[in-house]
Design a protein around this ligand. Structure first.
Ligand SMILES: C[S@@+](CC[C@H](N)C(=O)[O-])C[C@H]1O[C@@H](n2cnc3c(N)ncnc32)[C@H](O)[C@@H]1O
Length: 260
């Protein structure tokens, strides 16, 4: 029997790259020990070792043995999901959607992802994981970009997205995927988005997120940083990891019925 294969958010190739760079720079440092070059090599050796420490310990924290933080973060979303037709934007390996399926066995699920070369996830991986989990929900996985979701996806009772919007490379403005997600919600539908919404690099104007939500008749019912809601251990609280992560939950209001 196949076992599901859910990877953590830290890519193996990032660990491999920084392990190599750290090893090379430490070797050069050692070779230049009583030489003026020592001063030149000490800076990259320090930087690469530090990055390796952050991503290595993050990967461990996300895994079951290191505290299961990836699962705990997913559970924040799963516990808020409701409705019959649910969309996950940037579904990766299908991990979040599989948890939603178990909680809502009658729901119809759609997972979209761009599955670019950058990531170690794929549509096949999602399909195999669902088979391995014996999930019987009606489900469809589609390769789409979050910045331009096709109309034929239809409308959903609930749209979720976890740590995806800031990864969308084909648009500079990371509020465009938010707009696209909201566009696919039914009136009364619920959205649960978790992303680096507090990071000025991706979201220079926090107001713009609210404006986009409002433009789609959305109201925010909960907005909370990950640090506040669950507490993050080292190094997950680091700004380059999840220090800027925030969960925004809300609904699309039925303007017509609220006017009458
Ligand atoms: C940090 S992973 C999160 C995966 C998944 N949401 C989870 O919680 O396990 C980011 C995901 O964003 C996806 N992604 C990147 N650019 C995308 C795009 N333009 N459209 C849709 N998904 C994209 C990646 O393929 C990857 O699966």
């Amino acid at each position: 029997m196949n076992k599901p294969n859910y990877k953590t958010w830290i890519r193996t190739k990032a660990i491999a790259l920084f392990s190599t760079l750290t090893a090379m720079s430490l070797l050069l440092l050692l070779l230049s020990f009583i030489n003026i070059l020592f001063l030149i090599f000490i800076i990259p050796a320090f930087i690469f070792s530090y990055i390796l420490l952050i991503i290595g310990v993050s990967r461990w924290r996300f895994s079951k043995r290191g505290g299961d933080y990836q699962n705990k973060i997913h559970q924040l979303i799963v516990s808020r999901v409701e409705g019959e037709r649910i969309l996950d934007i940037g579904c990766g390996s299908g991990h979040l959607l599989a948890k939603i399926a178990k909680q809502h066995p009658k729901s119809e699920l759609v997972g979209i992802d761009y599955w670019g070369d950058d990531w170690e996830y794929s549509k096949e991986l999602c399909i195999n994981n669902f088979k391995a989990e014996n999930i019987t929900n009606k489900v469809e996985f589609r390769k789409e970009t979050a910045s331009n979701l096709p109309d034929d996806l239809g409308a959903f009772d609930c749209v979720v997205s976890c740590l995806t919007f800031h990864e969308v490379q084909d648009v500079q403005d990371k509020t465009i995927p938010i707009y696209e997600a909201l566009r696919h919600l039914k009136k009364g539908g619920k959205f649960i988005f978790l992303d680096l919404f507090q990071d000025p690099k991706y979201y220079p104007e926090s107001k713009k997120i609210d404006q986009v939500i409002k433009s789609q008749n959305g109201i925010v019912t909960e907005r909370v940083s990950l640090r506040e809601i669950m507490g993050l251990p080292f190094p997950l609280e680091h700004k380059k990891v999840l220090g800027y992560a925030e969960m925004i939950t809300g609904r699309i209001i039925d303007v017509d019925s609220s006017v009458s």
